[in-house]
Design a protein around this ligand. Structure first.
Ligand code: ADP
Ligand code: ZN
Length: 529
């Protein structure tokens, strides 16, 4: 039979004060909590750090029975449960890391009404015994955390999430609350459909993080650029530096340490004990820098992270936004800084083409990358573009690099034609594939060994690009890739034309480009371009 309600928990505001020790609700929390506490279904979109957890924890404490939280973040469950227990909340979890005996203890607690919250990995619901267990106890609500994992179009799809649509059929009277920090309007719709949240109220918080200053700079020497940023603007600050590969994580951490900045590495290849030690140092100490792959940060709740730096291009705007969202949870000014270059685009395009998965999967990844590139190459406010992506129109923010020093846009049609003509000529040499570096060498007329070997100094395009410098040509090629006017061939990383290239070559299409304010090409060169 059902356990008696726990009167000591009281109303939502009382729980907030007494159990969690906070004075007031944050924007949006109270409405969500009251709606769910009264038995309503909810779909909650709130940015990272917005305070989603309380939105299901408090209703779970207010309602009779156990709040069942479905979460894919198995590695965090122990920490989450420890934190709740420290507040006097009776919490437990069930996932694949436990042995039979550990699970049995938690199951008994659940059945005897000795739990307020039960964290559950989604794959547990595949096991009939788990379903039977839930049937025998009293469930106060289902919270579906990281709900975007149900979206096949999203960046983080988990097949087990598809089963969560059955929750409603099996337990029609139990309210459900689905939460995510990464939903675009289309993803939101998909979540509602797939989880059968037909009658759910939608709560959409503002995704703006006004205290975060977004900056995206062209990559020259990423580590040196990072060092400059830290020395000039973030001396002694805690921050996270994201790199794509484990080896660049290690090298960057060593580089920072060698240059007098306390930094520790974090990636999945490190010993679990080293990872745990580095993570807990980051949480406890002031001013430590963690250099990490994206394996780091999920559920990390450190309020005074002053900067998040990306040394490589993230694969999607969702990922970028989630990672940068770890800065400035305390509301104080913080920096989101990204260095991105031509090689990033080449690498990611190659990676997508060569990657596993079907055609649809590749197209999806490609669209994600396109949105990320559009953000990098925009001449408009970064924040307007970001918020637009999440379906929230806004005005230029005055606190991003493009607002603070607006880049000019320039007509890059002629340089674009020069690049594309070079690609056309090289394409005739079937046996050999050439990358961006070689194309730049041809354009600026560099007689190096490879040029001479292939007799490329006799091409009509040899030296036609002496009006721009190497870096500027790389910028032109990067932007052509970003705009889909040039593509990367998957095997060799050679540059190839796309269906839209022809319109540029024919002169039917103008190509507008972004000029970086800090390294603008000489005026004369730009005019002749
Ligand atoms: P999210 O899951 O949306 O990323 P969390 O639920 O982890 O965010 O909350 C982020 C931080 O904000 C946590 O430290 C949490 O304790 C704190 N927090 C949430 N709600 C409040 C509140 N009403 N008052 C003060 N702090 C809050
Ligand atoms: Zn702006």
């Amino acid at each position: 039979e059902a356990p008696p309600p726990r009167p000591e928990y009281g109303t939502p505001i009382e729980v907030l004060n007494r159990v969690f020790g906070y004075d007031a609700f944050r924007d949006g929390q109270q409405e969500i909590i009251e709606h769910v506490a009264n038995g309503g279904d909810a779909l909650v979109l709130m940015p990272t750090g917005g305070g989603k957890s309380l939105c299901y924890q408090i209703p779970a404490l207010v309602r009779k029975g156990v709040g069942v939280v479905i979460s894919p973040l198995i590695a965090l469950m122990q920490d989450q449960v420890d934190a709740l227990q420290a507040l006097g909340v009776r919490a437990g979890f069930l996932n694949s890391t436990q042995d039979f005996e550990e699970r049995r203890v938690v199951e008994a607690q659940f059945l005897q009404g000795e739990l307020d919250l039960l964290y559950l990995a989604p794959e547990r619901l595949r096991v009939p015994a788990t379903v039977e267990l839930l049937d025998r106890g009293t469930v106060a609500l289902f919270a579906i955390d990281e709900a975007h994992c149900v979206s096949q179009w999203g960046h983080d799809f988990r097949p087990d999430y598809l089963m969560l649509s059955h929750l409603h059929e099996r337990w029609p009277d139990v309210p459900r609350i689905a939460l995510t920090a990464t939903a675009t309007p289309a993803t939101k719709q998909e979540i509602a459909t797939r989880l059968k949240l037909t009658d759910a109220r939608h709560f959409v918080a503002s995704f703006d993080r006004p205290n975060i200053q977004y900056r995206i700079v062209p990559k020259t020497d990423a580590k040196k650029q990072l060092l400059h940023l830290l020395k000039t603007e973030h001396a002694g600050d805690a921050g996270i530096v994201y790199c794509l590969s484990r080896s660049s994580v290690e090298k960057t951490a060593e580089f920072l340490t060698a240059n007098g900045i306390e930094a520790v590495p974090y990636h999945a290849g490190l010993d679990a004990s080293v990872r745990a030690a580095n993570q807990s140092r980051f949480l406890r100490e002031d001013g430590l820098v963690v250099v990490a792959t994206i394996a780091f940060g999920m559920g990390i709740d450190k309020p005074d992270v002053r900067f998040v730096a990306h040394l490589d291009l993230p694969k999607s705007v969702e990922g970028y936004y989630q990672e940068t969202g770890r800065a400035g949870r305390d509301g104080l000014p913080s920096t989101a800084w990204l260095a991105y270059g031509l090689q990033d685009v080449v690498n990611l395009r190659k990676f997508i083409d060569a990657g596993e998965g079907d055609e649809q999967h590749r197209r999806r990844q490609s669209l994600h990358l396109d949105s990320m590139l559009a953000l990098c190459e925009t001449v408009e406010c970064r924040r307007v573009q970001l918020l637009n992506y999440f379906g929230q129109p806004s005005e230029p923010c005055g606190n991003c690099d493009t607002c603070l020093s607006p880049p000019e846009s320039w007509d890059g049609t002629i340089p674009a034609q020069k690049v594309l003509s070079t690609v056309v000529r090289l394409d005739r040499e079937r046996r050999q594939k050439f990358g961006a570096g070689h194309i730049v060498d041809i354009l600026v007329g560099k007689k190096n060994a490879k040029i001479i070997q292939f007799d490329h100094d006799s091409l009509s395009v040899f030296g036609v690009g002496s009006d721009l410098r190497d870096v500027e040509w790389r910028g032109v090629i990067r932007q052509l890739l970003a705009q889909g006017l040039l593509a990367v061939e998957s095997n060799y990383g050679a540059l190839v034309l796309t269906e839209t290239s022809a319109s540029v070559l024919r002169g039917d299409r103008r190509v507008m480009m972004r000029r970086e304010p800090e390294r603008a090409p000489a005026k004369a060169a730009a005019k002749s371009a």
